[in-house]
Ligand binder design. Structure first.
Ligand SMILES: Nc1ncnc2c1ncn2[C@@H]1O[C@H](COP(=O)(O)OP(=O)(O)OP(=O)(O)O)[C@@H](O)[C@H]1O
Ligand SMILES: Nc1ccn([C@H]2C[C@H](O)[C@@H](COP(=O)(O)O)O2)c(=O)n1
Length: 235
């Protein structure tokens, strides 16, 4: 029996596992949190976990551009994710990391750290165990959830949006940073995440693709809630 089959078998039969993947700024976090809250499911932001391990590396003098050094240190930090969609949390060695993991320094280093296979093995194991303990089910968002972490998920969604739309959304958050700079930065990160060898950003063959370019956030949420409800009814 594969790890994933065990994961699904340990959750209640009514539990629904939803994988939401896609490039940066497509709306994964906003959508996943809202869908989980609306349906009483847990929520896991896997990008936050990769950011947390990157933050620890930076704070502990590990060169994030040295894959061997990152691999050697990968098992040292203890990362804990809280899965309440109304108040998701992330700690590293017991310290709240929710603010520091969003800095530019972490954003610039996270693609290199998350490309290291030893890092992915540890974080993937953690993600599967969190999904397995979500009694009512869970919405897990990231880059490789449908392809690698939870290939037997009940529903897989792949969100997309044009680079222009994604840059405009991010520029709205990052006051003072122009859309062209933001666009270049997110394309650079997507390219690195899509081209790494270890479980790259990719759409699973059985994922439903939702292009959010012309959709409002409430429209995307409604679309995904409907898809989850259909899956639940068919279980
Ligand atoms: N359909 C939409 N229309 C307009 N704005 C949106 C839409 N979806 C998300 N946003 C906004 O875009 C920004 C990025 O969304 P979000 O953080 O959910 O994306 P993400 O895919 O999780 O990004 P990342 O992978 O970089 O964490 C947020 O400010 C969010 O409110
Ligand atoms: N399943 C995942 C989730 C995230 N990553 C990496 C790649 C991203 O650039 C980075 C930060 O994610 P974000 O907070 O922007 O969603 O983490 C990954 O490799 N696999």
């Amino acid at each position: 029996m594969s790890d994933t089959v065990e994961t699904v078998a340990r959750t209640s039969p009514a539990a629904v596992i939803v994988a939401i993947d896609g490039p940066s700024g497509t709306g994964k976090s906003s959508t996943s949190k809202a869908v989980a809250a609306a349906l009483g499911l847990s929520y896991l932001d896997t990008g936050a976990q990769y950011r947390a391990i990157t933050w620890w590396m930076l704070g502990n003098g590990v060169d994030v551009d040295d894959p061997a050094a990152v691999a050697t240190a990968a098992a040292k930090p203890v990362i804990v994710s809280g899965t309440d969609p109304a108040a998701p949390t992330i700690t590293v060695d017991g310290v709240d990391a929710s603010g520091p993991i969003r800095t530019q320094e972490v954003t610039a280093g996270v693609s290199a750290v998350s490309a290291v296979p030893e890092v992915r093995t540890i974080i993937t194991e953690l993600q599967r165990s969190i999904a397995a303990s979500a009694e009512k089910g869970i919405v897990v968002e990231g880059r490789d959830i449908g392809t690698t972490v939870l290939p037997d998920a009940d529903l897989k969604i792949f969100l997309t949006a044009s680079p222009e739309a994604r840059a405009a959304r991010r520029s709205g958050e990052l006051k003072g940073v122009d859309a062209a700079t933001t666009r270049e930065a997110l394309i650079k990160r997507d390219t690195a995440d899509s081209n790494r060898k270890a479980s790259p950003l990719a759409k699973a063959a059985d994922a439903v693709e939702v292009d959010t370019t012309e959709l409002t956030l409430p429209q995307v949420i409604e679309c995904v809630v409907t898809l989850v409800e259909e899956k639940r009814a068919a279980k």
